[in-house]
Design a protein around this ligand. Structure first.
Ligand SMILES: [Fe+2]
Ligand SMILES: [Fe+2]
Length: 187
């Protein structure tokens, strides 16, 4: 489904990154890694076709598609709630985690690109990510406010969140770089 709906390599990369971190978080919270991973993988699948933020746009349009395919309500609600403008409450743990994961992966990606040729993602440290979060001029697409609200709802320290995200992304990156890996070159 993702390949059918998403053509942008950047969005595929983002989807895979969010999937990897969601899988890791599922283990953290003793949840189903498959369900959490797939929710992360598809959370933006309708974005290219329906990029408008509002009714009829992302992620409402995608949610209707998932509903027609009888996807579980918990996954659809988490996907609806990952964009703050939908005002869908982040009721489940899945929704709460997806929200903070989606917020952070973009910033990590930018840092990995900045380290290109000098270790890439492997060279990004927890300290550096925290420092960049603290600098509102860096990667303005990251809503520091949403991240703070989301982490508060989870009662999670930013340091721990960054460590989990970075650890999951680095592990996925190493797997993807193995010769013959299906997603080689991604992340
Ligand atoms: Fe989104
Ligand atoms: Fe996203």
């Amino acid at each position: 489904m993702l390949n059918e709906w998403v053509k942008s390599p950047t969005l595929i990369e983002h989807s895979l990154a969010v999937e990897a971190v969601m899988r890791r978080y599922a283990l953290e919270y003793h949840q189903d890694p498959l369900k959490w991973g797939i929710t992360g993988l598809v959370h933006d699948f309708d974005y290219e076709r329906y990029p408008e933020p509002g009714p009829g746009g992302h992620p409402f349009a995608g949610s209707l598609v998932l509903e027609s395919l009888a996807w579980p309500a918990e996954m659809r609600e988490a996907i609806l709630a990952h964009e703050a403008y939908t005002r869908v409450p982040r009721a489940s743990l899945l929704a709460k985690v997806l929200f903070v994961v989606d917020e952070l992966t973009g910033l990590v990606r930018v840092l990995a690109h900045m380290h290109r040729g000098r270790g890439g993602l492997g060279a990004v440290t927890v300290e550096e990510v925290l420092e960049r979060i603290g600098d509102p001029r860096f990667f303005r697409a990251l809503s520091r406010e949403n991240l703070e609200i989301g982490l508060e709802a989870l009662q999670m320290e930013p340091e721990r969140h960054v460590a989990i995200c970075l650890g999951a992304l680095k592990a996925a990156w190493r797997r993807a770089r193995r010769p013959g890996a299906p997603e080689a070159g991604r992340l």
